[in-house]
Design a protein around this ligand. Sequence first.
Ligand SMILES: [Zn+2]
Length: 324
Amino acid sequence: MNPHETALPLRLVALALACLTLAACVDQDVANTHAHDEERHATRETRGEQQPAGTVIPAAIAARSGLRVVPAVAGVIADEHEVQGLITPVEGRVARVTARYPGPVRALRANVGDRVRAGQALATIHSNLSLTSYSVDAPIAGIVLARNASVGELAGEGAPLFEIADLSTVWVDLHVFGADAAHLAPGHAVTVSRMGDEKRAIRTTIDRILPGTATASQSTIARASLPNPDGLWRPGSAVQARVTVDETPVALAVPLAALQRMDDADVVFVREGERYLPRKVTPGRRDARNVEIVSGLRAGERVVVEQSFLVKADIEKAGASHGH
Ligand SMILES: [Zn+2]
């Protein structure tokens, strides 16, 4: 073990502490971080070694820093299509509520966004014909999507006063363009999430590809259903979706988070005991989670698959300090 390697755990402790404490308590630890930086620089400058090839991280520190190491194994790379879509009410589960007889609106008893029961009174209209008031009731249970009336206004015969939709299930209409359309088929798995919020994703499958083409956008529509018990998938909202069309087995794959760039090369970090060595690799196909490793790594070698940037930062800090 050369002298500089013994110093590296110190830097990693500082790095790990900085990360942990910053996450827990931002304000009070900024000062501490700076203190650690000073200590780190002092340590580096007293030594003056060459740019390191790797680093040493004691097991306890690696564990505390959240470094996760797993043996490289065969994997699967999915053919996935990222598409965008729109949440749409299910056809036939939308009701337009109209006045049976024309007359002024006397009262309105539901607002946009209200949940209503079937048969619930929504409005009172004074009929111009019978000169009596009558109640307009919800024909289905659902949520009031639109209200096109004000008290005192004349409700015309057949003019929609309310639009109610049963949104307990909604459709997600995925807009698929060009060659993508030929790849997608009913039964393909789909992961749907809100724009910019991949964390709360829900899995479903494509029910059908609609026969026509949307004329305005020239897209083909692939339709899937989503359960919507809490009503959080709102009609009209844009969503992103990942359709898994195919899965190809590969001899070796690692999570994307294992891959880092160092010195204009793709590397992974291989653990040997407590040593972490950058290893140049040739990446192949990739999907949203994994990347195939074509060369540079053998099955069974232990690769850092989480927090690999900490290892990279640790090695690069050593290099940077050397230049002072
Ligand atoms: Zn494809």
